[in-house]
Ligand binder design. Structure first.
Ligand code: NAP
Length: 250
């Protein structure tokens, strides 16, 4: 049973919600960690409506005490968590000359410090169980993207973090991989369209035109890859970055 207890951060909406629902459908008991208990409630309801088991746990992944308390709560209510999906994320886009200290610190804080704190808290249970699966959400922006020096740095950092986790934790039966999505239709990309002043439908059409498979991605496209990476049969895949972008990336 311990192999079937999963934590998904930022699981209240978007990609995190799709991953949580998919893992619930695949038989995992899922802890949806988001900023507040209320933020995760709809995802929990969706999992329960499909016959699954889920709880909502409120925590800011940047806060070490909140993270420790959240992971302890998961262990108490569901059992030792062995699957972790570090998905919580934010954007604070700006060209470098306009980027504030807070834009930088917030993005690095949620993505990098958040993933570090969550992983440090969960690996204790994974190494005890001699089994674990870690999936970190990177992005095609890791390869560089105008207006995203903070986000690109965080997402590239997550790739280095992932590879190091794979090296350190492999002997405990723990794998770590990153998913690097391209354009996925969520509130995050809707907010970007609004920021640049392009109607979301036009923004999506423009993105789709540049994607080899001819469409933008959906949260379920990412969830399907996460479902494979956290499965027992994926045990020989570790330290990889899988681009889920409708076409190749370098
Ligand atoms: P989203 O719709 O904005 O959802 C992000 C979730 O993370 C929200 O539920 C948010 O909570 C939560 N969150 C933010 N800060 C948090 C914190 N400090 N502690 C706990 N939870 C926090 O974003 P998304 O598009 O689904 O993106 C999910 C992940 O995929 C992110 O890491 C993102 O960078 C990555 N990604 C997305 C795309 C894309 O095209 N959408 C592409 C590549 C990578 P609140 O709702 O309460 O604020």
């Amino acid at each position: 049973m311990a192999r079937r207890i999963a934590v998904v951060t930022g699981g209240g909406r978007g990609i995190g919600a799709a991953v949580a629902v998919r893992l619930g459908r695949d038989g995992f008991a899922v802890a949806v960690v988001d900023l507040t208990v209320d933020a995760g409630a709809a995802t929990v309801a969706a999992i329960e409506a499909a016959g699954g088991t889920a709880i909502s746990v409120g925590a800011d992944v940047r806060d070490a005490e909140q993270v420790e308390a959240a992971v302890a709560e998961v262990a108490e209510r569901l059992g030792p968590p062995t699957v972790l999906v570090n998905n919580a994320g934010i954007l604070r886009d700006n060209l470098l000359f306009k980027m504030t200290d807070d834009d930088w610190d917030s993005v690095i804080g949620v993505h990098l410090r958040g993933a570090f704190l969550m992983t440090r808290a969960v690996q204790r249970y994974q190494t005890e169980q001699r089994y674990g699966r870690i999936v970190n959400l990177s992005s095609t922006s890791a390869l560089g993207n105008r207006g995203q020096s903070n986000y690109a740095t965080a997402k590239a950092g997550l790739q280095g973090f992932t590879k190091t986790l794979a090296i350190e934790l492999g002997k405990f039966g723990v794998t770590a991989n990153a998913i690097a999505p391209g354009f996925i239709e969520t509130e995050m990309t809707a907010a970007t369209a609004e920021r640049v002043g392009i109607p979301f439908e036009d923004f999506k059409a423009g993105a789709a035109a540049a994607i080899p498979v001819g469409r933008i991605g959906q949260p379920e496209d990412v969830a399907a890859v996460a479902a494979f990476l956290v499965s027992e049969e994926a045990g020989f895949v570790s330290g990889q970055v899988i681009y889920v972008a409708g076409g190749p990336r370098d």
